[in-house]
Design a protein around this ligand. Structure first.
Ligand code: ZN
Length: 201
């Protein structure tokens, strides 16, 4: 199983990190072992970890070199996810032009809610994240720099994706650090899809 991710796929988020809006999708991966369905987020000792709320696509069949027009047929399920990020470490690596793998793959760094059968109309609703009752992120697929069909098609030119692989589709603006004791709620439209508790180890 692979966890594919896209960086800077919402213009406002790219700008809040001081980046230009990309001309092509920026793909990276998280270690498959960091996938977490737990309702507890454990912050690694002494690190500052940022939340990134994302819409996550789950592949239902494998593919290579898929045209945009067929891309969505390869998705069977979706869920919400948190692409947890050690921002300080990521920035340090990025300054030197190095890969930021170690900022993205600590244990539990890919949080997902229960997977649901894909319903494209439903996914046109806003995704949102609250921390301690305050909304910190809100996004909508219509604000993506590269839409889901484009992401899948471009990804499929690089790799053969497989049944069961995940695609984190990027985070809207409003990212920030997590703190010991924080209570998170994730949702789509008027439905809450997950509630999580943060602890520091
Ligand atoms: Zn992300």
């Amino acid at each position: 199983m692979n966890i594919f991710c896209v960086g800077q796929n919402y213009a406002k988020h790219a700008k809040e990190l001081g980046n230009e809006v990309p001309k092509d999708p920026i793909f990276f991966q998280k270690a498959s072992s960091c996938l977490s369905t737990s309702d507890v987020i454990k912050i690694p000792r002494g690190r500052e970890i940022h939340y990134e709320l994302e819409l996550v696509m789950i592949f239902g069949k494998s593919g290579k070199s898929i045209p945009k027009s067929e891309a969505l047929n390869h998705i069977s399920h979706w869920c919400l996810g948190l692409d947890l990020t050690d921002r300080e470490r990521q920035n340090k690596r990025r300054e030197k032009g190095l890969p930021w793998f170690d900022a993205k793959s600590f244990p539990g760094a890919a949080v997902i809610t229960d997977r649901e059968t894909v319903n494209w109309q439903k996914l046109e609703q806003d995704l949102w994240l609250t921390i301690n009752g305050v909304e910190v992120q809100r996004g909508n697929v219509s604000n993506m720099v590269f839409d889901i069909s484009t992401l899948i098609s471009v990804l499929s030119e690089i790799v053969t994706f497989q049944d069961g692989d995940f695609l984190f589709t990027g985070t809207p603006s409003g990212v920030g650090p997590l703190h010991d004791g924080d209570e998170l709620m994730l949702g789509l439209g008027d439905e809450t899809k997950g509630s999580l508790h943060v602890t520091s180890s």
